[in-house]
Write a protein that binds this ligand. Sequence first.
Ligand code: FE2
Length: 240
Amino acid sequence: MYDLHCHILYGVDDGADTVSEALEMAEIARDGGTKGIVVTPHSYATPTELNFWDADMKNRFLNLQKEVDERHLGIKLFPGQEIFGRGEFVEHLLSGELITINGSRYPLIEFPFTVRSKYVLEKMQQLIAEGFTPVIAHPERYTFVSESFDSLTELKKIGCLVQVNMGSFKGVFGHTAKIISEKILGMRMADVVASDAHSPFMRTPFLADAHEHISEKYSTDYAERLLSRNPKAIIQNKKI
Ligand SMILES: [Fe+2]
């Protein structure tokens, strides 16, 4: 499996604090059957401070891969970011200060939970016009999606992809996110399921549970598509 959304890069956001915590997360991922992880630090380190993919970020990324390899965990890391959809994020993507998943056409974009659907649609159209294929992070957590599926349907129609959080259908983010995530899965509107893991303790990167849940409730083929085939294709910049 390939985890497309994981805060494993240490010391850059509210994910892993240290190398050893990041390595614990990598071990958990390995135990759950993950072969590849896209590191996705938040594009804001604080509410006002932007987290660009700079030399420090690259060094941490290379160092973490080295530490993972030294322990023979069999996990390949890929660069990426979870880009917060506000302010000048489109411009920062175009300038290369913020990056897509492994340099592909696919940026991972999250929004404030109470974002208006009109804003999301407008920005996604802008990104698509620039040649990107946006992957919308955890739409099940946004108010506009829980109120109506019309906008999500429209976003899919214009070419956006949908990434559901494993924690949502496990109930980590409350009742509404659980119901909505199952509805998205059930309507086959999901393209990817990822961990959005932040630590080795809570919200971990153990994807095996998600695979089991989707296999049992829907089908093994759907689980393979969401957790393996689609995320792999995105990492490789292939069409899905
Ligand atoms: Fe995240």
